[in-house]
Design a protein around this ligand. Structure first.
Ligand code: 3PG
Length: 306
């Protein structure tokens, strides 16, 4: 009997856990749920006899993979898989997948919500500003970026996107203007929403020079990864631009410094929560479970990333 471990430091909703279990029970698999575990050693111990593993932002490094002698597949219930050591997984013959699109709406709604929240002075009655008529630049037009664009158009924003990996026709067909460089996107838009994955190419990509292209009233929204921001550049932006605001679901390492010096112009969620909705938990969790069954039963490698 195959055994699957569902390891989520940040727990899924109870309903999602039940439905994920249901998928495995129907397939005749054993399931173990390890949620909100206090130490990485708990994951290392629990993975020892697992054939399959579902995770969220949990850290699947070489040590975890070495401890998992039976493991055949890891599915990251979500989009970003920068928390999985792909090289080690490939060496060990472990297939890694993500579940693209399954939690995107939740993240996009948070990005939009943070803009409204800050524009309305954190929901206090003093005079705020509107999004209508403002320009929003979407940096990377994947599943989340695309939904952010749709929501922004609902607000009456003018929407632009830059993504060298997406066919411009797809962007244009959504009624979104295509920018051909990150510089031109930042130069044009007072609001920028980041949807770049974290990898070797994108580390520190959003640097001072790029951010400083933004026009007056610059607001940078990050629901992607903290690693894509160059933090020295971020601090410099606050020093030289008194109009600049930074709203993020993934607090930077310099969070306390920014809060202390520029508290009025920053907003950080208490804990990464973009994908933390009932719907996203269910969609991503069940998709991950089905992908594991389809792989173990039929060798289906759709969404394999290594
Ligand atoms: C993702 O990459 O899917 C999002 O960042 C959500 O991550 P989470 O599952 O840790 O909430």
């Amino acid at each position: 009997m195959a055994k699957v471990l569902v390891a989520t430091v940040k727990p899924f909703s109870a309903q999602a856990v039940e439905e994920v279990k249901g998928v495995f029970q129907e397939a005749g698999y054993e399931v173990e749920v390890l949620s909100a575990y206090p130490a990485q050693s708990d994951l290392i111990a629990a993975v020892a006899d697992a054939d399959g593993l579902i995770i969220r932002s949990d850290n699947v490094d070489r040590e975890v993979l070495e401890a998992a002698s039976k493991l055949k597949i890891v599915v990251r219930a979500g989009a970003g898989y920068d928390n999985v050591d792909l090289e080690a997984a490939t060496e060990k013959g472990v297939v890694v997948m993500n579940t693209p699109g399954q939690n995107s709406n939740a993240v996009a709604e948070l990005a939009a919500g943070m803009m409204v929240y800050m524009n309305r002075n954190r929901l206090t009655p003093s005079t705020g500003t509107e999004l209508r008529g403002k320009k929003l630049g979407i940096h990377a037009y994947g599943y989340v970026g695309r939904i952010v664009g749709m929501i922004a158009k609902g607000f009456g924003m003018k929407v632009y996107a830059y993504d060298p990996f997406i066919d411009p026709v797809i962007i244009k067909n959504d009624g979104v203007a295509v920018e051909t460089s990150a510089e031109s996107l930042y130069r044009k838009c007072e609001y920028i929403s980041l949807h770049i994955p974290a990898n070797a190419e994108t580390r520190g990509l959003v640097n001072f020079e790029l951010m400083n292209q933004m026009p007056q009233g610059a607001t940078l929204v990050n629901t992607a990864r903290k690693e894509v921001i160059d933090e020295e550049g971020l601090k410099k932006m606050f020093q030289v631009r008194d109009d600049f605001r930074y709203l993020s679901d993934i607090a930077p390492d310099c969070k306390e410094e920014l809060l202390e010096a520029y508290g009025e112009r920053v907003f950080f969620t208490p804990k990464k929560m973009g994908a933390q909705t009932a719907e996203a938990n269910l969609n991503a969790g069940v998709a991950a479970a089905r992908q594991i069954v389809n792989f173990l039963e039929h060798g289906d490698t759709t969404f394999k990333v290594n």
